[in-house]
Structures are given as C-alpha cells and as structure tokens.
Design a protein around this ligand. Sequence first.
Ligand code: NAD
Length: 256
Amino acid sequence: MHLNGKVALVTGSTSGIGLGIACALAEAGAELILNGFGELDRAKDKVARYGARPGYHGADLSDPAQIEAMMQYAQSEYGGVDILVNNAGIQHVAPVEHFPVEKWNAILAINLSSVFHTSRLALPGMKERNWGRIINIASVHGLVASKEKSAYVAAKHAVVGLTKVIALENAQTNITCNALCPGWVLTPLVQQQIEQRIASGIAPEVARDTLLGEKQPSGEFVTPEQLGALTLFLCSDAASQVRGAAWNMDGGWVAQ
Ligand code: NAD
C-alpha cells in the first residue's frame, strides 16, 4: 500500500504502540510527525529504518495551547495532517476512593481531551482536501471495565463515543474515524503494571503470566506491529466504509 504524499501525525510515538504504528506508516510511504516524551533519537532512528525522516513536535498533550502549536507546526511545515493517530496515553491504578485527583485530571486531559483538540484542528484541512483518516487508540477498556482503572476506563469509553460522533459528522466525505481497542501489548505502560506486581512479591514470570491469564485468553501479547498493520488497513481504500468502529485486537479479551 502506498501512502506517498500523505502526512501522518502519531501522538505519543516515541515508544510502544505509537512507535510501531509510526514505523508501519513510514514503510507505506507516509511523511511522519512524531510526538511524545520518550527517547526521541532512538524513535527517529527506528522510523528512519523504514524510509522516513520524521519531523517532531514535543507538545505536552495535557495542554490545549501546546496541541494548537503542534497542529500549527504540522500546517506550516507539512501543509496539514492527512492521517491523525491519537495514541498518547497514560495509566494510573488505584481504587476510586484513593484515586489521586491530579491523576484523574491528567488521564482525562491526555487520553481523552487531546483527541478532541487534535481532531478539531485537523478536520478543516482534511475537509479541504476531502480525504482523511483519524485513528484513535482506545483500548479494550473502551468496551469493558477493570477495577482500579476508573479514569482510564472512563476516558477510553469516551474516546469510543467521540470516535462515533466524528465518524457520523463526516460520513459523506472521504474522512473516516475509527478506534482501535487493543488488549495487553507489552510496552512501557504495561511493563509498569507488571513491575507493580513484582514489587508486591510476585515472581517476574508469574507476574507476567497472571497479568495475561486474568484477561487475555490467547495467553499472548498483541504486538505494536500487528496494530501497525491494522492501522494501514484502516488507511486503505478497502476500509473506506469502516466508519465509527471500535475494532478490538485483544487475544479474545472482550469475547468472554
Ligand atoms: P507507552 O507508555 O509506551 O507510550 C505512551 C506514549 O505517550 C509515549 O510516547 C509517551 O511519551 C506519550 N505521552 C505520555 N504523556 C504524554 C503527554 N502529556 N504529551 C505527549 N505525549 C505523552 O504506552 P503504550 O502502551 O504504547 O500506549 C499507547 C496507547 O495505547 C495509549 O493510549 C494506551 O492507553 C493504549 N493502549 C495500550 C495498551 C497496552 O497494553 N500497552 C492496551 C490498550 C491500549
């Protein structure tokens, strides 16, 4: 598939799923803009191996003014964004009554409100060019809940709802909006949850296996490469009538 001439912005693409998706888009020929706080040189080198020399904007997505600056950078340097992958996200695990208010606010801002801001700023250009793809990395937690993840589950369910609204508002254009709902993917975000289990005295192999075994029937992690391949499909003409979907790739998690 060729995405030559298309500009893709992937938020939170310095590690994990976002970096995997950025590599897939680069391999398909898209021009890339990276964003995130991770190891930038490592991320740029990895994307460059797939043929792209990516741009970068370090916007903190909890701040709408910085999101506006990032979208202005995309406009002035690249002529706008054709493929918007809203991927940046954070997690915090605690029961509701102990959930820190600042963590609630940060998760809602980064995991949900940033999707609204990037989308509202990208859509006018997509409409002018009558082509666009908005792909929101939600989660199985956009479809079902787990205890101790109140802010994350609330934000991801809301992202699935927002995805449907954007899809409907653009249903008679060549702009589609869909959500991906991954199960466990072994990234820094999940490694942090495995480390918490190890810190509570569980052996490393057991911590990893029980984390998977509690939820994911396949017993295997989803990979960033698999999510990159699904993203490429959603960018293709074959997916032009996939609109407002919340597409789970989860080893069977939500089939239970
Ligand atoms: P990750 O920690 O590897 O990546 C998160 C990215 O977001 C990083 O690049 C980080 O720098 C960036 N980021 C965090 N806060 C930011 C901010 N304020 N501004 C800009 N960038 C910021 O995690 P991941 O697992 O690759 O997660 C990516 C997305 O996938 C998240 O939305 C997450 O909720 C979702 N997801 C992950 C899993 C999983 O099992 N790993 C499952 C379902 C959904």
